[in-house]
Design a protein around this ligand. Structure first.
Ligand SMILES: NC(=O)c1ccc[n+]([C@@H]2O[C@H](COP(=O)([O-])OP(=O)(O)OC[C@H]3O[C@@H](n4cnc5c(N)ncnc54)[C@H](O)[C@@H]3O)[C@@H](O)[C@H]2O)c1
Length: 324
């Protein structure tokens, strides 16, 4: 199938390597408002010469494609995705689906109106350890789950928009963890109570630390603790997960995944996957089109993860528990 990648700077540069190496996709054009990054992409992939555009609208007038891969910043996701949907293209978009819940809902509505796929590449869940944990949870190996704790700690010296924006951790990063929580627990969240703050040494303008409690279906409680300004032992990007069930606890940390029950520790061998991470999300997008079904992380599904972000924000601002 033919794909146009929009946004080839930043994270888009590594995305271009992925789509260029794909057996299922042919990159028929690249689009970016920054001519420098277009030039760099062509230097790396000379076959893209003559296929680079500054504006998506101009590109779509000349190029026939099945889909776009949207790796622009979140505030451009709505406008660019809807342009493509209206032209009959499917859309794979980087997280977050959009910069506001309202804009995200609009993208999903437009995709449904034009009967096109809209999928968010929530790459964290497309990895072998989360897939293994989900299988263990679904098969009831740790019994009924009561609570789950996630600890995310990093001291990341970003430059650019993240340093300036309000609530950088919540708005830019937590969607990965929230989407993982829905996936790993195989349940939906019902309410949230959230607090945020900015340590006095923080190099971010907005609050870089979070303490959040989500109540999920079936009386499952999820405690989220996150920081982007911690000095110490960094957790992995997915964070350190502890899932407590009646027949055992699953721990997923920087070193792998294990199950602990009554003092006995069992290292878990992750399931084998032929593809992982963005390679797998890109393949899931392709399969959903071929099989004409909803992708696993469709826009419609993703609204539930995004809702966790924006309802957390509401809780922080109002200082009270919010229903989702
Ligand atoms: N999944 C992950 O782990 C992960 C990691 C990093 C970034 N991201 C996501 O990827 C997206 C892009 O982030 P980034 O860090 O690469 O941003 P960035 O600002 O570094 O790069 C965005 C690129 O898009 C281009 N662009 C901006 N507006 C455009 C428009 N209207 N039309 C065409 N091109 C446009 C810019 O020129 C730039 O080259 C964001 O949604 C971000 O959250 C995801």
């Amino acid at each position: 199938m033919k794909i146009i990648q929009i946004g080839v700077g930043g994270f888009g540069a590594s995305w271009l390597d992925i789509v260029m190496s794909s057996k299922e996709w042919e990159v028929v054009a690249i689009v970016d408002i920054n001519e420098e990054v277009l030039k760099k992409s062509i230097e790396k992939y000379p076959s893209l010469e003559g296929k680079a555009y500054i504006f998506l609208k101009d590109c779509l007038k000349k190029v026939k494609a099945d889909a776009i891969l949207n790796v622009t910043p979140p505030n451009f996701h709505k406008e660019t995705s809807i342009i493509a949907l209206k032209e009959g293209l499917h859309v794979l978009v980087e997280k977050p689906l959009s910069d506001t819940l309202k804009n995200a809902e609009k993208i999903v509505e437009e995709a449904e109106k034009y009967k096109r796929k809209i999928m968010v590449s929530q790459n964290y869940r497309y990895n072998k350890i989360p897939r293994t944990i989900r299988k263990i949870v679904d098969e009831g190996e740790i019994g009924k789950i009561s609570y789950c704790i996630l600890n995310f700690q990093k001291g990341v010296r970003f430059s650019g928009f993240r340093v300036e924006m309000p609530f950088p951790l919540l708005i830019d990063m937590s969607i990965h963890h929230f989407d993982l929580s829905r996936y790993l627990l195989s349940k939906e969240p019902l309410s949230v109570y959230a607090e945020s703050w900015n340590p006095y040494w923080s190099w971010f303008k907005g609050d870089a630390c979070l303490n959040i409690i989500f109540d999920f279906q079936d009386d499952v409680h999820f405690n989220y603790s996150g920081s982007w300004v911690s000095f110490g032992k960094d957790t992995q990007w997915a964070g350190i997960w502890e899932i407590y069930g009646e027949k055992g606890t699953i721990i997923w940390d920087n070193y792998g995944v294990k199950k602990i029950f009554e003092g006995k520790e069992e290292i878990i061998e992750p399931i084998k996957l032929e593809r992982e991470d963005r390679y797998l999300s890109l393949y899931e997008f392709y399969r959903s089109i071929v099989e004409n079904r909803e992708p696993e992380t469709s826009g419609r599904d993703n609204l539930k993860s995004l809702n966790m972000v924006f309802k957390s924000l509401e809780s922080i601002k109002k200082g009270k528990k919010i229903n989702l």
